[in-house]
Write a protein that binds this ligand. Sequence first.
Ligand code: NAI
Length: 251
Amino acid sequence: MKLLEGKVAIITGAARGIGEAVALKFAEQGAHIAFSYVSDSSADKAAALVEKLNALGVKAKAYKSNAADYVACESFVNEVIAEFNQIDICVNNAGISKDNLLLRMTPEQWNDVIQVNLNSVFNMTKQVIKPMMKAKNGSIINMSSVIGEMGNAGQSSYAASKAGVIGFTKSIAKELGSRNVRCNAIAPGFVETDMTSYLNDGDGADKYKSLIPLGKFASGEDIANVCLFLASNLSSYVTGQTISACGGMNI
Ligand code: NAI
């Protein structure tokens, strides 16, 4: 029996990285997938992912939609409901970093990160809870970060956005628990994606790996497995939690 048979999942920013791994994992477990990507340069990757998902025997569709734009999220979710009839799972995955020491950080850099990483979670969650409340069923999964728990020099905007996601997650869990809509967050450590590709320059990777008890970075699939747990009924009594998937670097 597949864990997500017949469920519909909506995922933001899934043309690559963790989002792509989550889409593939969910599809392997029988979920139909609607996902967004933001830039024209991702269109080919998005189309290739749709093909891979279809090959797994599920329905899949890519939408060009900016998760940081409230009105765009409203249209995105409405189009998905019209096409797929329901939304059971929402993964708020889209995220960026614009790292800088506070002394050098510009208001634009700060605002961009908050807009994409935190406001997008509000934009999407506000829309998806409508069908979920009606169905008295839903799982919302927000991508936070170990940096949101620990902070990091040079990452104040990223840390603030990801800490904000954790507070939002707990509040929504309290608001919607009685409707059987669960809301949880994942706090990954370093994951090998485009976002962290700079770590492989020079000896940066070894320095960071020495801080991680498991001694390695995560793969997208490592994080997708945690997502699968939170999306499925295996976590039916889990809400408002932040699951750290950081190889132990927060201990
Ligand atoms: P990535 O850069 O490979 O992928 C991020 C995706 O989000 C891209 O496809 C990008 O186009 C999309 N995106 C960016 N802005 C968007 C917007 N406004 N609307 C829609 N899509 C947008 O990064 P990765 O590593 O896959 O990150 C996924 C999530 O995981 C992010 O929220 C990130 O902050 C978080 N994360 C990543 C970690 C890592 O080490 N890679 C660690 C902890 C958290």
